[in-house]
Design a protein around this ligand. Structure first.
Ligand code: UDP
Length: 330
C-alpha cells in the first residue's frame, strides 16, 4: 500500500505541529505549509517536509496540491487571538475566512477528497446552556469566531456540491505539550492562561493578571474546558477515519471545567512554587463558563482522552516551558 500523504497548513504552530507529529508516527508522509510568522521551523520534526509559504499565496498552494495525490488537507493556519480580532475584524476575516475558502476551492479543483478544519468553541459566543453540544446555536462573539464559522459553512457547501468530505473540530482550550517533550506551546505574545501562570511561577514575569473574580461561578473566576494537545491530535486521526464515510462536526473538550483559580493552584502544586497573581478587571468578551459536550466524538469514534486531568496538562506544559525559557530557540 502506498503511504498516505497529508498536507498540514500551519503545521509549525502549536496544535498543527502536534497533529503533524501524530500523523508522522502513523507512518504517513506529511508536508507542512507555514509562513513561519507564528509557527516555528524547530517544530517541524525530522521526516516532515516544510514548505515556507502563506496559504493566501494561491499559486504556491496550487503548485503543492497539483503534486498529489493527497489523502487529506488539515487546515490549522490562522490568526487566533479573539481580542486582536475585535480591533482588526477585516484582517481576521480576510486572513482566516477568505484564505480558508480559497484553500477549500483549491482542494476541490485538485480533487482532494478530505479536509479537516481546526475550528473553535468561539463559535458559540455566550452559550445559554452547558455543556455545549454540536448543534447548539452558533453565535460568534468575535470576528475570529465568525471567520471559523464562515469556513465551516463553506465546507458544508463543498461537501454538498462537490463531495469534499470534512471534519470541523471545535477545540475548547488546547493545553499541555508533547508528553515526550519534543514539542510545546510557544506563542509570541503569549496570551493563554496556563503558560502565563507557569511563567509567573518560574519568576519570568511580573505575575499573572486574573481577569475578574466577580463572575457567577463558584469561585468567581471563569471556567474553561482544557484539553490536552495530545488528545486533540488523536481526535484528528479518528475524525479522519470517519471521513471515509461522511462529513462530521465535533466539539473537543473533556466535558469538565476548571476555574482560573483551579489552574493557579495546579500550577503551584506541580511547579512547587507560588504563582504570584492579582485580580484585575474582566477581559471583554469572556464567557463565564465554556464546557464542551464531547459525547458525540466519544460515541462515534471511541475517542477517549489519555491526558484528561488538568494535572496532566500542566505537568507536560511545565516540563516543556521550564526546559525552553526562550521557546523553540532555546
Ligand atoms: N485568563 C486570565 N489571565 C490571563 C489569561 C487568561 O485570567 O492572563 C483567563 C481568561 O479570562 C479565561 C481563561 O483564563 O477565563 C482562559 O483564557 P485563555 O486566553 O487561556 O483562553 P480562552 O478561553 O480565551 O480561549
Amino acid at each position: 500500500m502506498t503511504r498516505r500523504r497529508y498536507l498540514v497548513t500551519g503545521g509549525a504552530g502549536f496544535v498543527g505541529s502536534h497533529v503533524a507529529l501524530a500523523l508522522a508516527e502513523r507512518d504517513c508522509d506529511v508536508v507542512v505549509i507555514d509562513n513561519l510568522r507564528q509557527g516555528h521551523r524547530e517544530a517541524i520534526l525530522p521526516g516532515t517536509k516544510l514548505i515556507e509559504a502563506d496559504i493566501a499565496d494561491i499559486a504556491a498552494v496550487d503548485a503543492i496540491l497539483a503534486d498529489g495525490p493527497w489523502h487529506a488537507v488539515l487546515h490549522f493556519a490562522a490568526l487566533s487571538l479573539v481580542g486582536e480580532s475585535m480591533r482588526e475584524p477585516m484582517r481576521y476575516l480576510t486572513a482566516n475566512a477568505s484564505a480558508g475558502i480559497a484553500l477549500i476551492d483549491a482542494c476541490v479543483r485538485h480533487g482532494v477528497p478530505r479536509f479537516v478544519l481546526s475550528s473553535t468553541a468561539a463559535l458559540f459566543g455566550m452559550p445559554n446552556r452547558i455543556p455545549i453540544a454540536e448543534n447548539d446555536p452558533v453565535r460568534p462573539g468575535s470576528p475570529y469566531g465568525e471567520s471559523k464559522w464562515m469556513i465551516e459553512r463553506a465546507l458544508f457547501w463543498a461537501d454538498r456540491i462537490h463531495g469534499l468530505r470534512s471534519a470541523c473540530l471545535r477545540y475548547f482550550n488546547a493545553a499541555g505539550a508533547d508528553p515526550e517533550g519534543r514539542l510545546g506551546e510557544d506563542h509570541h505574545p503569549e496570551t493563554h492562561l496556563i503558560p502565563l501562570a507557569i511563567d509567573a511561577a518560574l519568576g519570568r514575569s511580573g505575575g499573572l493578571s486574573v481577569f475578574g473574580n466577580d463572575y457567577d461561578t463558584p469561585d468567581g473566576t471563569c471556567i474553561r474546558d482544557y484539553i490536552h494537545v495530545f488528545d486533540l491530535a488523536q481526535a484528528h486521526l479518528l475524525a479522519l477515519d470517519q471521513l471515509d464515510h461522511r462529513s462530521v462536526t465535533y466539539n473537543l473538550g473533556n466535558s469538565s471545567g476548571h476555574s482560573v483559580l483551579d489552574v493557579i493552584r495546579t500550577v503551584a502544586e506541580i511547579s512547587g512554587r507560588p504563582v504570584p497573581h492579582e485580580i484585575v478587571a474582566r477581559r471583554p468578551g469572556d464567557p463565564p463558563v465554556l464546557i464542551a459536550s464531547a459525547a458525540l466524538i466519544h460515541a462515534e469514534t471511541g475517542w477517549n482522552p489519555r491526558f484528561g486531568q488538568l494535572d496532566d496538562m500542566v505537568r507536560t506544559a511545565f516540563a516543556w516551558r521550564d526546559a525552553h525559557p526562550n521557546g523553540f530557540i532555546s
